[in-house]
Design a protein around this ligand. Structure first.
Ligand code: BMA
Length: 826
């Protein structure tokens, strides 16, 4: 046991519990070799991770090993530890668990402290009747989450849900039971820190800084709740880094208070791309007679954030406005970064957010089938200016509103709103993922036979709790959401929309047929990077549908959809590495088409949140970063299409138009050159257009007919450029175009940080990419998906510590082009 705080007589004292406990299976279909064994288990941690660390199970991320660990979620588990306690003079002692996953009973020295049924809550047990001087034995048992979900689904009554288990009958991360990108591996464990807290008189129960901006002043109203063990007079002192201070007096009987601090000429917190992220330390301390009993700090930021859903002549807006400035959202959806989420460290989150920043993103939406994220996640977003949209944890299902769920949801929401609300990056609370849409369109109403389905959470309970605990934050009941319960939730003209028909059934050029106000989800599948696939799957031969590959594709008819989505654009290769490149490229092309269109409709459309940034294991999915953290080509496409300045060519009014979208803080004034070229580089027509685009503005330039009309669609393109920004339009799909074999002159050399690879194009080369992970799985290249006109060249910078032959980067399996896929096929 380690002392975490230095004790003064009256000061609360926190003692961490041991970091390693012992774990054993209690009952269930436990394999003979594991039954009866006790293994060390980290706390925080999960059963799967402990068994993996002990070498008792196969890595479920590899091959089809997932099927060999299903027994774990069907079994009951026991975590046990011992700790010493010596009387410390305090009169109250609590065991605090920040998270128990999920159906636990906590037993101290043989005495049951209570049972839990909600992974997303914090639990505090008073242990004064059970704590012993000297050695204490603490046991936490977990019932099978699979069995408990099944049992609860009968008790509370069937409710429609997606995928394999009734996750909606209990409060545990939905995707832990499998998803269309997820591993079906429900775990158990003490998944967040646990500790013993000793205190006397009173303790700080909650501190909620409600931030606003008043003229040039920053204002923070600090709400404080204490838990009392006596009737003494307490005071709370509050100080802000700028030197301002305030006090709350809590006389006998009073347990809550609020004090306001004002900062003159406050430095505003901005999302990235708009300004700095100044953070102010806010310290709150609970005192009695001058003695400090407890302290807590937050890092706050002063800004206003509104999400505006206003009726207008075109429907209903969906617009993020920060400090009065509309922000065009260049976002991605976020899922848990590991199927065993306790393995996600701050360092890993930081790396993932680096990748989001690399792709020029300014918002992440934490999707409701996962978790309320860790404090580290929000801290890092605060520092970087990445806005956070947080779903409440309801996804793709209907949810009973009866007890015990109603009270569990309320308790969970109170815990998490209070925990997360101090963060300036938090922009929006959202009631659920797709549940209103699902009710309206997926046939749930019939199956529900009049039962509750969750609307009471989204329209009543959750907005009430947000208004009470986090009154300055915006709330939407659902995603998608039209702004009005009487308007179809997924109406593109109203509010947020999820666009899935294109991937599931239609094709990606039809993104251009939708004139949305805000796209909160849309996406296209692609395989993981090659190094990830070959690390996770040992099939021989490895094919798109060999057993391991097929197992790592969780979407319904996923491979058929991949093929259907490819063949209109690119030939379907029969070689697996070519297939891998074609599908990876097509994923990037599809999302590019979608986002260029959405940005071209700015400001009618005010955001794109692509599905999805990350993965939780090695799998074929919609992610831009795969399950081992490697960027897929899509991440580079996002970097291009989310750049501050975008030039795109779009069909408009029967012809073509160049649209310049300027999300930079400065105007864009350079002239715009539009050329129709033959693939051999001959200029067939050109026009010089004057630009004058406001900061954060957009402008449409109709292209003259001579530029917009091809003589031979298969062998011509349009290039528009201005101030180093380029946009392309090809009149024909890749597969129907006269793209020839790429004529490349390459040179590669070792440099201090890795390699430099220079590629010169002798002819038109499309979508040049370096799949550097084939040389070194940890290598990172600075750009990808570059199109070169004849005679142009590009130098790629590869970060790598591997000592490789530089020429490897120029080999045709690494140095990829779409010419490779098309030329020999024609
Ligand atoms: C969206 C998400 C997820 C799903 C994704 C891909 O609807 O909300 O449920 O993983 O589609 O199908």
């Amino acid at each position: 046991m380690t002392d975490v705080t230095t004790a003064r007589p009256a000061a609360a004292r926190t003692t961490a519990l041991p970091e390693v406990w012992s774990l054993r299976a209690l009952d269930g279909p436990v394999p003979a070799g594991i039954a009866g064994q006790t293994v060390p288990a980290a706390v925080p941690g999960l059963v799967h991770v402990a068994l993996l660390d002990a070498g008792l199970i196969l890595d479920p991320y590899l091959d089809r090993n997932e099927t060999t660990v299903t027994w774990i979620g069907q079994s009951a588990w026991e975590y046990a530890t011992r700790f010493d306690y010596a009387p410390d003079g305090h009169d109250r002692h609590d065991l605090v668990f920040d998270g128990l996953d999920t159906f636990a009973e906590v037993v101290l020295n043989g005495r049951s402290l209570g049972r839990t049924r909600n992974q997303h809550r914090t639990y505090r047990f008073s242990v004064d009747d059970a704590l012993r001087d000297g050695e204490n034995e603490l046991v936490v048992t977990f019932a099978s989450p699979v069995a408990e979900a099944d049992r609860a689904s009968l008790e509370i009554g069937y409710r429609p849900h997606t995928y394999f288990h009734p996750f909606n009958a209990i409060r545990k991360a939905a995707c832990n039971f499998g998803w269309d990108w997820g591993l079906d591996a429900a775990s158990s464990g003490i998944w967040k820190p646990a500790r013993l807290e000793a205190w006397s008189g009173a303790r700080l129960a909650a501190t909620r800084p409600v931030v606003s901006v008043d003229g040039s002043d920053g204002v923070v109203a600090v709400h404080v709740d204490i838990e009392r063990a006596d009737d003494a007079d307490y005071s709370v002192s509050i100080s802000l880094a700028d030197g301002s201070e305030a006090r709350i007096e809590l006389a006998a009987g009073a347990s809550t208070g609020v004090a306001e601090l004002r900062v003159a000429d406050v430095a505003l917190w901005w999302p990235r791309g708009f300004g700095e992220q100044p953070l102010y330390d806010l310290a709150v301390s609970l005192e009695r007679d001058g003695d400090v009993l407890a302290e807590r700090t937050h890092r706050i930021g002063f800004r206003t954030i509104d999400v505006q859903l206003d009726r207008d002549e075109e429907g209903t807006s969906f617009r993020f406005v920060v400090n009065g400035e509309p922000v065009w959202i260049r976002g991605a959806n976020w899922i848990p970064d590991d199927a065993f989420v306790t393995r996600v460290t701050r360092e890993r989150l930081s790396h993932r957010l680096d990748q989001a920043e690399f792709a020029n993103m300014n918002l992440l939406r934490i999707w409701g089938g996962g978790y309320y994220e860790s404090d580290d996640f929000y801290d890092l977003c605060d520092e970087r200016g990445i806005l956070v949209w947080q779903d409440f944890l309801f996804a793709c299902a209907s949810y009973a509103e009866e007890e015990p769920l109603w009270s569990e949801v309320e308790a969970e929401a109170r815990d998490n709103i209070t925990r997360i609300m101090p963060h300036p990056s938090l922009a929006l609370w959202n009631g659920n993922n797709e549940n209103v849409w699902g009710y309206e369109e997926w046939g749930w109403a019939k199956r529900l036979q009049g039962r509750t389905w969750g609307l009471g959470y989204y329209l009543d309970l959750l907005p009430r709790l947000v208004a009470e605990l986090d009154p300055s934050r915006s709330y939407t009941p659902a995603s998608p959401w039209s702004g009005d319960a009487d308007i179809f939730a997924n109406d593109p003209e109203h509010g947020s929309v999820h666009l899935w028909e294109h991937w599931n059934r239609v094709d990606y050029p039809t993104y251009r047929d939708v004139h949305a106000r805000f796209v909160a989800e849309f996406g296209w599948q692609g395989p993981a990077t090659w190094s990830t696939i070959t690390r996770a799957i040992s099939d021989s031969p490895l094919t798109p549908e060999s057993p391991g590959m097929f197992h790592h594709q969780k979407a319904m008819d996923g491979n058929d959809k991949l093929t259907d989505g490819l063949v209109a654009h690119l030939p379907l290769p029969d070689d697996t590495e070519d297939w891998h490149w074609a599908m990876s490229l097509n994923q990037a092309l599809a999302v590019t088409v979608g986002i260029e269109h959405m940005r071209s409709e700015s400001p009618r459309c005010m955001g794109s949140v692509v599905w999805q940034l990350n993965d939780c294991w090695p799998v074929t999915s919609w992610a831009a970063v795969d399950g081992y953290g490697h960027a897929k080509p899509l991440l580079y496409a996002l970097k291009h299409v989310y750049a501050d300045r975008l030039l795109t060519i779009q069909p408009r009014g029967g012809g073509l138009a160049a649209i310049a979208v300027n999300d930079a803080p400065a105007g864009w004034t350079g002239p715009l050159l539009a050329r129709r070229l033959s693939f051999d580089g001959t200029v067939l027509a050109e026009a010089l257009l004057a630009t004058d685009i406001d900061a954060r503005g957009a402008r449409t330039f109709a292209l003259p007919e001579a530029v917009a009309t091809p003589a031979d669609a298969a062998s011509e393109l349009i290039v528009v450029e201005s101030e180093g920004v380029r946009g392309f339009w090809f009149f024909a799909e890749h597969r129907d175009s006269a793209l020839a074999r790429a004529e490349l002159t390459t040179s590669a050399r070792r440099v201090a940080t890795g390699y430099e690879v220079t590629v010169e194009a002798g002819n038109l080369v499309r979508d040049l990419a370096l799949l550097v992970d084939k040389v070194d799985p940890d290598a990172v290249v600075d750009d990808m998906l570059v199109t070169l006109l004849p005679g142009e060249s590009v130098t790629f910078r590869v970060r790598s510590e591997e000592d490789a032959d530089p020429e490897r980067f120029c080999a045709p399996d690494v140095l990829r082009t779409s010419n490779q896929l098309v030329a020999d096929w024609n």
